[in-house]
Design a protein around this ligand. Structure first.
Ligand SMILES: Cc1cc2nc3c(=O)[nH]c(=O)nc-3n(C[C@H](O)[C@H](O)[C@H](O)COP(=O)(O)OP(=O)(O)OC[C@H]3O[C@@H](n4cnc5c(N)ncnc54)[C@H](O)[C@@H]3O)c2cc1C
Length: 544
């Protein structure tokens, strides 16, 4: 093992690129405002005999997927699943109209996805529309000339209400938003860039292990909230070796509050910084949203080809953003301020909320083998049921937990619905309606009208908009945002400030592998600017 020589630390706000940087013996320190490595990869213990995932659960795709590669390299096992597994069509869901001609086949109740995909004309039509994206031109004159999925389905392709209801549950919810806020140009970019395959993989262990594996051997400071990054001196101007950036912050006081630590300031000097916090942390460091959006649109207008006469009518105005809770996100101040184009891009790429409602039961009452249901016309749009090997330590290992929880149903709701669930309903009301939905879906199979209540042993409601330092779920294809992610990814301050994180993925991919890819891209950007000696150490600028 080579000895890691201490050098000036190069702060990094949470990113898998630490692996890439640390193997060449550049001193790296990860500053993480939260209490664990992995950020949105987070879990709740004590609900089930395994850690229940609050954030990501699936490895999306088994091709070119860095998360899968890491799992394979570690010899970790996983299950491979086909998504969706089933659909549930609630009573009355097609009242608004359907593609299916009278007398044709339109599914009701719980149906195998493979059967509905073949036999239900609306399901087939919904898949066809999202595969072919008719009427969504690859290029439009400027970023403002875009339209939402809702406008596209209703006004451009004139889909039936049942197809639109399907698209809301099947596509928009999966993209982490609502049809109203889903931008079609970014949807087309996502489709073009997706190269990972369609399989869903579930690791037979917590995804927390992935985050911890990525952080191995790297100096990490948890509960270290960065408040300001300042460029003190421009290295290329002076040609001298010396501190370039100052990173100031304080020990974080959101979540746990260890005595004597809260608010304690820290300061670090570094040559370069990779900023990999969620979008909200870019904050608002000058300029109005209108100015920035105008600037972004103008810039796009001058660089994009003119629209063809067949282009569909663009959205008249940007959709109102979904509500995310800015008060829980720590905005970082940059001195000097970030470029106007970066600030503008951070406003057009949107993050919606997502809610997970986790219901623990002492026995299953649904069909054996069922693992995922996309629900159409029901209260909540999707549920899944996953289990993991029991965890031998911590609150999960409590024998009482293992006795009482045999299965956990996870309901997943995003976008406008997530906002409504968090802001317009009490948690108890959400619970009641979620249980009523389960009864409606599985009562017939269970042979009793209300199987869920008597079997419920515990539950949680997790609202991502109020998650400290994250303030939302993940970025989604956003109206008017085509091209903005390249701006989010662009380095600043002559390459001293580099950006990573899912929002900076040019392929509009908000998944874990995308976050990892952006980390590698950021590491490569840094390495392109440093010289390494034959022992893998950075050659100081003065002696180059
Ligand atoms: C409910 C939900 C379900 C999801 N499902 C899936 C899935 O099944 N599969 C999948 O691949 N992806 C899924 N995702 C998306 C996936 O979680 C993200 O794409 C990925 O984790 C993002 O990684 P990141 O490093 O960009 O950001 P994060 O993981 O959010 O890391 C950013 C870190 O920055 C920290 N930070 C913020 N501000 C500061 C500051 N001022 N100073 C220091 N640190 C700061 C935060 O605490 C956070 O830890 C899901 C996400 C959610 C929320």
């Amino acid at each position: 093992m080579p000895c890691r020589r201490p050098a000036r630390p190069r702060p990094i706000l949470h990113a898998p690129l630490v692996l890439t940087l640390s193997v060449i013996l550049i001193a790296v320190v990860v500053l993480e405002a939260g209490d664990h490595l992995g950020g949105r990869v987070s879990q709740v213990e004590g609900l089930a005999p395994w850690p229940v995932q609050l954030g990501p659960e699936f490895i999306h795709g088994d091709e070119r997927n860095l998360v899968k590669d890491l799992a394979d390299a570690r010899g970790w096992t996983y299950r491979t699943l086909e998504w969706p597994d089933r659909y549930y069509f609630a009573p009355g869901h097609a009242d608004g109209g359907s593609t299916t001609a009278p007398g044709g086949s339109s599914s009701t109740g719980l149906v195998d996805a493979s059967i509905a995909d073949e036999s239900d004309a609306d399901v087939a039509e919904c898949h066809r529309l999202f595969a072919d994206l008719p009427g969504v031109p690859a290029e439009m004159a400027n970023a403002a000339e875009d339209f939402s999925a809702e406008e596209w389905l209703r006004d451009v392709v004139k889909a039936s209400p049942r197809v639109i209801a399907l698209a809301e549950s099947l596509y928009a919810n999966d993209f982490g938003c609502s049809l109203r806020t889903m931008g079609m140009r970014e949807t087309a970019i996502e489709q073009k860039c997706w190269c990972y395959g369609e399989k869903y993989l579930v690791l037979n262990r917590s995804l927390r292990d992935v985050a911890e594996a990525l952080g191995e051997g790297v100096e990490t400071r948890l509960r270290a909230r960065v408040a300001e990054v300042t460029r003190e001196r421009n290295l290329s101007e002076t040609g001298e070796e010396g501190p370039l950036l100052t990173v100031r912050g304080e020990r974080s006081n959101l979540g746990e509050s260890p005595e004597g630590v809260n608010g304690a300031p820290f300061e670090l000097r570094a040559r370069r910084c990779v900023f990999a916090a969620p979008l909200g942390a870019l904050g608002d460091d000058g300029g109005s949203e209108d100015d920035d959006e105008e600037e972004y649109s103008k810039e796009k207008a001058s660089s994009s080809p003119k629209p063809s006469s067949s282009s569909p009518k663009p959205s008249s105005s940007s959709p109102k953003p979904s509500l995310t809770d800015a008060s829980v996100v720590s905005a970082v101040r940059f001195v000097p301020a970030l470029s106007a184009s970066k600030r503008a891009a951070s406003r057009v790429v949107r993050t919606s909320n997502a809610v997970k409602i986790l219901l623990a039961f002492d026995e299953p009452f649904w069909p054996a083998g069922l693992w995922d249901v996309v629900c159409v016309g029901a209260f909540l749009p999707e549920l899944w049921i996953l289990d993991f090997p029991p965890k031998p330590t911590g609150p999960c290992a409590d024998a009482a937990v293992a006795r009482r929880t045999k299965a956990v149903v996870t309901f997943f709701a995003c976008g406008d619905l997530a906002d409504a669930l968090t802001r317009e309903m009490s948690r108890e009301e959400v619970l009641e309606r979620a249980l009523a939905q389960l009864d409606e879906m599985f009562g017939e199979h269970a042979g009793e009208p209300a199987p869920s209540r008597a079997r419920l042993v515990d539950w949680r409601f997790h609202d991502w908009a109020s998650a400290p330092h994250v303030g939302g779920a993940y970025t989604h294809p956003s109206v008017g945002a085509a091209g903005a992610r390249e701006k989010l990814a662009a380095s600043e301050w002559g390459g001293a400030l580099v950006f990573a994180g899912e929002a900076t993925h040019a392929g509009v991919n908000p998944c874990m592998q995308a976050a990892m890819e952006t980390g590698i891209r950021a590491a490569e950007e840094i390495l392109a600017r440093v010289s390494i000696d034959d022992r893998g150490r950075e050659i100081p600028t003065r002696s180059r």
